[in-house]
Design a protein around this ligand. Structure first.
Ligand SMILES: [Zn+2]
Length: 139
């Protein structure tokens, strides 16, 4: 059985290595789908959607209306500090693929019940583009 819930957040980023438009400072209304698979518990739930929300929302709240910046992008970090702007320094280029893995690992670290067998994360940068990864949880 699978359950899934959609979440949204607003975030700025840039890809410093990119030859095209993506090297510029810009932002997205990001969406993600978090999908959990496993056997329903005795109450008939894979996981209460409310519990899923309690796990995912704090992770996204840290990113909402912030600028996600790669740790090697020193000039930009300086500017963000000067502006007293909200930002999150990460150790990866902020591609949809890497953001997907980042969120997936954060959720994996949460204390999920034993009946959950796998987590799938889909991160949508725009309405028609996404990155997706699924991981099996070893029990
Ligand atoms: Zn972008």
């Amino acid at each position: 059985m699978k359950i899934a819930k959609e979440f949204t957040w607003e975030m700025g980023h840039r890809l410093s290595f990119h030859a095209g438009k993506c090297k510029n400072l810009h932002g997205h209304s990001y969406k993600c789908w978090v999908e959990l698979s496993g056997s329903p518990n005795s109450n008939g739930m894979v996981l209460d959607y409310y519990e899923l929300k309690k796990i995912v929302e704090p992770i996204l709240d840290e990113l909402d209306h912030s600028f996600m910046v790669y740790k090697n992008d020193k000039e930009l970090i300086n500017v963000l500090e000067k502006l007293n702007s909200r930002f999150a320094v990460v150790d990866f280029e902020t591609t949809a693929e890497n953001i997907c893995l980042y969120l997936l690992n954060k959720i994996k670290s949460a204390n999920l019940p034993d009946n959950i067998q796998s987590i799938k994360m889909r991160v949508l940068e725009t309405e028609n583009s996404y990155a997706e990864q699924e991981i099996e949880l070893s029990k």
